[in-house]
Design a protein around this ligand. Structure first.
Ligand code: AMP
Length: 420
């Protein structure tokens, strides 16, 4: 094994590609910041209990994919496999829901960990940006979140994605459906593992990707036909609001998600250029989660968008984000005195907000200009012995190669006006 190898199922973000990841996070966050969501950050690990109770004891995430460990002090912890349970825990701990301003709207960005079988688009460490609106039951809130995710993807230039929408019912109607589904599933020819799943979490069987199972599911009862009047009306209103805002979606009566806590509105964003790992984001309403983790009743809704897969989606659509070069000015000193003078100018440029970098290590002109080129800077500042004696610096426009001598004490103002 090479010493320099990231653990299986993980990869590093390194320049220049890492800039795309930052831009994607920023693009997802922008519509949230613009819509009353406040930034929240929670620890990378939590008590195992939180996820066992929150995400669900019968889910793959909890039973197979969680990184759990015991600390020297005997605490049983888990690296977070998702964001919602942590954010809700934090909101409850800080009593945000008691401040009298519901819903509490929060957004986050971070690393998540699942022990999965790695493949393209599926990693053991991945990155999500998420949003949660806690403590309100209002179809407009569900619609808001779907619209904001749609806006985020579109702002990146993506168009080859679809929104799948479903309702999972509530504590009134879902149990009735669950029983009907169990009846149906018990009549099928299924393996032992799947039979067990029928007992504990029958809805998840609908999500089974195997063709042999999917074939048998053709006549399965659909939740749509079991929704109670309240759930039906709620779902209709979400749909109407989306249609009115021109957001197109597909009704997918089979859409269930890998986490137990969802109720009513459930949705997924799938991208058609990604092959089997096509879900770029997903979410829904989780009216019962707060109570499941020991809190008061707080109907809520949220989503998480996968940063890694969004970057893959950009690649699949051949989209290159126009990311401005990070460095505008690259300074090349030739000699000791020139270094002192130019270093001061670079510091000054940075203070006025101009991105500047410097040729370190006493490089000669040729090597330094190569570095200037590589930096993507629009201008190079070259200061040689003769310039120094004359009190000027050579300002070179990299693209045209055009070079002008500017008085050293005017260079900052000159660059400010040129880059303005
Ligand atoms: P989930 O919490 O499973 O609904 O995931 C929400 C989004 O996170 C998915 O749509 C993916 O974009 C992303 N995601 C989930 N698991 C992984 C993973 N193992 N690797 C990469 N992205 C993931």
């Amino acid at each position: 094994m090479s010493t320099f190898k990231a653990p299986k199922g993980t990869y590093d973000l390194i320049p220049p590609d890492s800039a795309t990841y930052l831009a994607v996070r920023e693009a997802i966050a922008a519509p949230l910041r613009n819509s009353g969501y406040g930034y929240i950050e929670t620890p990378g690990f939590e008590n195992v209990e939180l996820f066992a109770r929150g995400v669900g004891e019968s889910t793959d995430i909890v039973t197979k994919e969680m990184y759990t460990f015991e600390t020297k002090g005997g605490d049983k912890l888990a690296l977070r496999p998702e964001g919602t349970a942590s954010v809700l825990r934090a909101a409850l701990e800080a009593n945000l829901h008691k401040a009298g301003n519901l819903p509490v709207k929060l957004w986050y960005s971070g690393s998540y960990y699942r022990y999965e079988r790695p493949q393209k688009g599926r990693y053991r460490h991945f990155s999500q940006v998420g949003a949660e609106a806690i403590g309100a039951e209002d179809p407009a809130l569900d619609a808001e979140l779907i619209i904001l995710a749609d806006q985020a993807y579109r702002s990146l230039g993506l168009s080859d994605f679809r929104i799948l929408l479903n309702s999972l019912g509530d504590k009134e109607c879902r149990p009735v459906y669950r029983a009907a589904l169990q009846d149906f599933l018990r009549g099928l020819d299924l393996d032992d593992d799947t039979r067990r799943r029928v007992d504990i979490n029958p809805l998840r069987v609908l999500d089974d990707k195997r063709e042999t199972v999917q074939k048998q599911l053709a006549g399965a009862p659909l939740l749509r036909d079991y929704l109670c009047d309240a759930c039906k009306a709620y779902h209709e209103e979400v749909r109407t609001l989306l249609v009115a805002q021109g957001v197109s979606f597909e009704d997918d009566p089979r859409l269930v998600r890998g986490l137990d806590y969802y109720t009513r509105t459930t949705f997924e964003f799938v991208h058609d250029g990604l092959g089997s790992q096509s879900a770029v984001g997903g979410g829904g309403r989780y009216d019962g989660l707060s109570e499941m983790i020991g809190g008061p009743a707080l109907p809520s809704v949220g989503w998480a968008l996968g940063v890694d897969r969004t970057v893959l989606a950009l690649q699949a659509e051949g989209i290159e984000l126009r990311l401005p070069s990070t460095t505008s000015v690259f300074a090349v000193p030739l000699g000791e005195e020139a270094r002192r003078v130019l270093f001061a100018k670079v510091t000054e440029l940075r203070k006025v907000g101009i991105a500047a970098d410097f040729s370190y290590g006493g490089k000669g002109l040729k090597a330094a200009m190569k570095a200037a080129n590589r930096s993507g800077a629009r201008y190079a500042l070259v200061l040689g012995e003769r310039d120094l004696a004359e009190g000027v610096v050579q300002l070179k426009e990299m693209e045209s190669g055009e070079q002008t001598a500017i008085a050293v004490n005017e260079i900052v103002a000159e660059l400010e006006s040129r880059l303005g």
